[in-house]
Write a protein of this length. Structure first.
Ligand code: IFM
Length: 414
């Protein structure tokens, strides 16, 4: 299996380009016992439980020292709402001061912190009250946001309100694979509407908290992907599904929040083929074709075929929003690390091409700093620049991390 040919662009990234990685609380911290995922795991819905994850809650300083040794300049991580507010309206000062230490550790190492306020997990009390379907959800989220932003406004400039709300709505409310395990199209739409309202409200709250001081930048981490018709089942209905999926996954949410957005965070991993072979009942968003006839390129542990051109396509779409772009996630899960190095190089070539075409890309965060708990896929997929031994919790820097380091230091991708 080969990687596709890359564009021949003169490569050089701007001096102040933001290079780094991303993680999320539940995937790395360990013992997030007050959230809905922990409950879901406890109910035996998944083969792996997050458990101690990577023990990043204790080892963060060590992990950031490794990131510093790899020349990273930015790190995106999420604050775990369920730790900060384990019971409704009761904020835990000890946890808040823990995140203060996390920020200090990054700042002391010259790594710019980027905070995600919500990355899939919800406090259990919130979930038990109906979660994102409860009319008070937006208000509850805004109260937590105001608390965190007021405490950390001196240390943080860049905020991400929600991570991949469309993915959360899709898996949690449409296909039922993630908590709360619902399978309802009307509920999915309701959750998306609530997510639009939650982002918009959080955007306002954050700017209000900073009023009179330096202006922060507030954005979203949005999972984007191109959809194509599966050539083997090409027909009109299939094209309609491609259009519909593109609209629902890529456009609907972004258009809903575009007036409350200082930058767009792009999470890019793969393309999707939409099929309509009529052998299965078609879901409201059409059907996925994962058959091998699409796999001309290398396929990773998640079953995703590497498609760097998709990143360029997605970045071109972003031009019309006329906002700075930060690539808030891009990465691959591999057993053989040399595929990861190739993946990074090929995707960065497309970022370079996008820059040459005038797309305002300001940074690139690889997913992920460390191997971690990949939700319903457990600990199998290895996304990390740094390998984690889940028995000893030892860290080992992978060779691809040095390839990334060289790109950061030289500003060149070869
Ligand atoms: O691990 C996830 C992350 O939590 C959100 N974006 C996609 C990643 C890889 O699946």
């Amino acid at each position: 299996m080969k990687f596709p040919a890359s564009p021949s662009v003169k490569s050089s990234f701007p001096q102040n380009f933001l290079w780094g990685t991303a993680t999320s609380s539940h995937q790395v911290e360990g013992n997030n016992i007050h959230n809905d995922w922990w409950q879901w795991e406890k109910e035996g819905r998944l083969s792996d439980k997050s458990g101690e994850a990577t023990r990043h809650y204790e080892l963060f300083d060590h992990d950031f020292a490794l990131a510093q040794s790899l020349s990273h300049r930015a790190h995106r991580f999420s604050i775990e709402w369920s730790r900060v507010e384990p019971r409704e309206g009761m904020f835990d000062d000890e946890t808040i001061s823990h995140y203060g230490h996390v920020l200090d550790s990054l700042l002391a190492k010259g790594i710019m912190p980027i905070i995600t306020l919500h990355h899939f997990t919800n406090p259990l009390w919130f979930a038990q009250e109906g979660g994102w379907l409860n009319p008070k959800a937006v208000q509850w989220f805004a109260r937590y946001v105001e608390k965190i932003v007021s405490v950390f406004k001196e240390k943080v400039y860049c905020w991400i309100t929600l991570n991949e709300p469309v993915i959360l709505a899709y898996y949690g409310y449409l296909v039922g694979r993630w908590p709360p395990g619902q399978k309802s199209f009307p509920k999915t739409i309701k959750v998306l509407r609530q997510a639009i309202a939650a982002h918009t409200m959080a955007y306002r709250v954050i700017h209000e908290v900073y009023e009179g001081g330096p202006r922060p930048i507030v954005g979203i981490a949005h999972n984007l992907r191109p959809f194509y018709v599966c050539p083997q089942t090409q027909n009109l209905l299939c094209s309609a599904h491609v259009w519909w999926r593109h609209y629902m996954v890529n456009v609907y949410f972004l258009d809903g929040i575009k007036r409350a957005l200082d930058f767009i965070g792009v999470n890019y991993y793969e393309r999707e083929f939409v099929s309509n072979d009529r052998t299965k009942a078609l879901g409201p968003w059409g059907d996925n074709c994962n058959l091998v006839h699409h796999h001309a390129q290398h396929v990773n542990q998640m079953g995703w075929g590497s498609y760097p051109d998709g990143l360029l396509e997605v970045l071109r779409w972003m031009k019309k929003y006329d906002r700075p772009i930060l690539i808030t996630e891009n990465g691959t899960a591999e057993t053989d690390d040399h595929h990861r190095a190739r993946f990074i190089v090929e995707h960065l070539k497309r970022v370079n091409q996008a820059l040459a075409e005038g797309v305002r890309v300001q940074g690139y965060l690889y997913w992920s700093l460390l191997d971690n708990f990949e939700w319903d896929r457990g600990f199998g997929p290895r996304f990390g620049l740094i390998e984690v031994d889940y028995k000893t919790f030892e860290r080992r820097i992978r060779p691809s991390a040095y390839v990334f380091k060289e790109i950061i230091e030289t500003g060149q991708v070869k």
